[in-house]
Design a protein around this ligand. Structure first.
Ligand code: BG6
Length: 301
């Protein structure tokens, strides 16, 4: 049904469904467009995760998924590259095909699910995947992220916050509301309980600022320097333990539910939670593993 609505959109609409920050979502677009005469509006089923409140183009989920998986796949492949003997070349080809197949299966699944629940038109998820890969590619070639000082991280955070707020206010002055999509979502969502403050553009901004700040704090912390930058940082066993412990610890964050009744409290706690996640993965977990490995090393000596 979304595909049918999409075809109708592509034939009739020039109203910005495509535009970044202004893309409509199918679940409200079908209700508001004038192209369906007398009760012929397609009936799009909604689900608890349909009622996203931000603009639909490009898809944030598709972008996040392709970005993260792109980084993981290219990082894994870089381990096998550079060897020239025949069996290493064959191993590289097999690994390459396997990892990229997994990558595309995951991206296609994400895209189909976003379209199926009527949050996106197909072109919006395709744009999301492409945008995510471009972001990953750009940041992979920016090694300064791993070495920047906390001061640089804080400055970047302030710059992003001020520029986003200024952009919002300037557009507001000329009568363009960047939060135009929130009332539409509230109006057309089948169940008011499915509207989540988590999905608003400001919530996304606060989460990203928190994550950036937490990362800056993490890589500039004594805990990170002593664990990851020390001797242990090069050991495979240390890395595997860090990955396993981080994955386990991150599950605990899912249990922390942020109260949504007061907006300022929600944004503040959301910032803290987002900062705590990279801080845990980059500094706290490696440092604990480092401390645990120390006594074992002493015994062996
Ligand atoms: O555009 P989509 O796929 O519906 O995803 C929206 C989500 O995109 C994420 O990137 C944002 O962090 C979330 O706040 C937002 O809810």
């Amino acid at each position: 049904m979304v595909i049918t609505a999409w075809k109708d959109w592509s034939v009739h609409s020039v109203d910005g469904t495509f535009g970044i920050l202004f893309g409509h979502r199918p679940y409200w677009w079908v209700q508001e467009t004038m192209i369906y005469p007398n009760q012929s509006t397609p009936c799009l089923e909604q689900f608890p995760i349909t009622c996203e409140t931000g603009p639909g183009s490009p898809s944030g989920h598709a972008m996040g998924s392709s970005c993260v998986w792109y980084v993981m796949v290219t990082a894994a492949l870089s381990y096998t590259v550079g060897q020239t003997n025949k069996s290493a070349v064959t191993l590289y080809r097999v690994t390459w095909s396997f990892l990229w197949s997994v990558f595309w299966i995951i991206q296609i699944s994400v895209c189909i699910s976003r379209v199926f629940i009527a949050t996106h038109f197909p072109h919006q998820v395709i744009l999301g995947v492409i945008a995510g890969m471009l972001v990953a590619e750009a940041f992979e070639h920016t090694p300064a992220i791993q070495t920047a000082s906390l001061r640089t991280y804080i400055k970047t955070n302030l710059f992003l916050l001020i520029s986003a707020l200024s952009f919002y206010l300037i557009l507001k002055l000329i009568d363009i509301d960047l939060l135009w999509s929130v009332p539409k979502a509230k109006k057309w969502c089948a169940n008011p309980d499915w509207i989540n403050i988590d999905t608003t553009p400001f919530a996304g901004l606060v989460r990203n600022l928190g994550a950036l700040f937490g990362l800056g704090l993490g890589i500039n912390s004594e805990m990170f320097i002593r664990s990851c930058k020390g001797k242990n940082g090069y050991k495979i066993s240390f890395r595997i333990l860090c990955i396993a412990a981080s994955l386990a610890t991150l599950q605990l964050y899912d249990f922390i539910k942020i109260p949504t009744h007061t907006e300022y409290l929600f944004y503040t706690l959301s910032f803290c939670k987002s900062a705590a996640i990279p801080l845990t993965v980059v500094a706290l977990v490696p440092y604990c593993i480092h401390l645990l490995m120390k006594p074992t090393e002493k015994k062996l000596n």
